[in-house]
Ligand binder design. Sequence first.
Ligand SMILES: [Zn+2]
Length: 93
Amino acid sequence: MKPVCPRCQSSAVYVMTDSTNCQLVYELLSPAALIGLGVSLCKSFKVHPVIGVVAGTAIATVIEIAKPHSALPLLINKQHCCDDCTHVFSTIN
Ligand SMILES: [Zn+2]
């Protein structure tokens, strides 16, 4: 059954979940990106950057542990994008 857009009922939808998409998410959640984010957050909140490094490393470690489990729902829940109204929705296959 081909999914239809829940917003505009258009059948012009395409699947977004592919390996490149997953890889992009993991790149955004890479330890280097998280530590960089932590440091910049600390700078904006005037906290010592070391706290940002520690927090970023801790979050990165948690994500590294969760990765094999989080990859599965990503594959089951297919993300679709509507070609007509760019509405993003997911279906469970
Ligand atoms: Zn739509």
